[in-house]
Design a protein around this ligand. Sequence first.
Ligand SMILES: [Zn+2]
Length: 448
Amino acid sequence: MSDASSSQVWSPSGWKDGQAFDPMSIAEADAGEASSISAARRFILPGVPNAHSHAFQRAMAGMAERLGDPDDSFWTWRERMYAFAALIEPDDLYAIASQLYLEMLEAGYTQVCEFQYLHHAPDGSRYDDPAAMSRALLQAAADVGIGITLLPVLYQTGGFDARPLSARQRRFGCATDEYLGMLQGLREHLAANQRLGLCLHSLRAVPESAMREVLFGRETGMPVHIHIAEQIAEVEECQAVRGQRPVAWLLDHAEVDADWSLVHATHLDELEVIRLARSGATVALCPTTEANLGDGLFPLSAYQSAGGTWSIGSDSHISVSPVEELRWLEYGQRLTQRRRNLASRPDRPSTGEALFAAAWSGGRRSCGLSDDFDSAGGDWLVLDHDAPPLVGAKADDVLDRWIFSGNRPLVREVWTQAQPRVISGRHIHREAVEARFALHMNRLLQRM
Ligand SMILES: [Zn+2]
């Protein structure tokens, strides 16, 4: 361990003296004037990947927290979400996503997997550019400087019984050929630090034949994402129609491997836990959204014991903070098991570090990026070592103190592609992005 005046860099094998490995020296050489922000002593961490996002939902965060139906649930929330989604056009989506991605960077997320199903105009008609909504997201990510894995979503049916899409779902729907054509067309619009993945909305929204067609001939290394087993009603409907629980059915009917991310996977039986862990897939967990929607609790301890990989996502964006996702992931387990430090392991006794290490490597996989630390350069965050929660911290304490000491933002700098995006806790374009967001939000709220 180095003396207190030098930088220290976290890697999956532990903290290292920044003199031996100093990404900032490379970044600062590229960044010119920004080198003046360099401080003598810093705690440097790789950026956190956000494995699950629906950007448009950022604009309705906090607007579905009043009792409407006495039986309020995920399904009544979904009706409100659909009503809001019906208002959003490509320029609104660009403004909302820019604001969201800026907030992600300020919180320490440097990559996002964007699960994008708002394809068409609100009445289902096609935009002149059929991928206008997806391109708004790519542009927003490029402009604020977050890496993105865009996941255009295949969405075809309104339930396991193959009922047609409702009026409000019509803008999500694509025939399989149309979907594959959109994906192909988007390839030529990818900028640096942008990737494409395949995405099935859920088993209830994708018939088996369409799933097979989309997955046929998929390239190794291309991410595949799907929502699965988030709700008990979904599990029961899958059992009734397909004769199996959703995760068991998927493992039996698709070649689920390390390219796959199963989003939520909340409701698993014991055998599904083991089979899913062994498949090599990543489970994308969204603890704050899962709590907000009353989904249920993922069996993290059993899944980790079986060797399973997981990542975190902010999903509906009722919180945009890797700290809060990781803290509530651990707290959910503590509350149900009445024990402490459940994500830690004998070789990694720090719970904060165990959580961060798992979320980093699983998140990289969800993004379709290597989780080999030495080839993962470019995305870094620097914590504010002067902030009260980190006073006197040793490197080995830093992750526990960051994650478990409250809500004061401790991210001081964020770099992606060796460029500074956040300086002194503020995104370099915060004023302009916030002003555009306010303009579009006010317009949207008038239309509600
Ligand atoms: Zn989702």
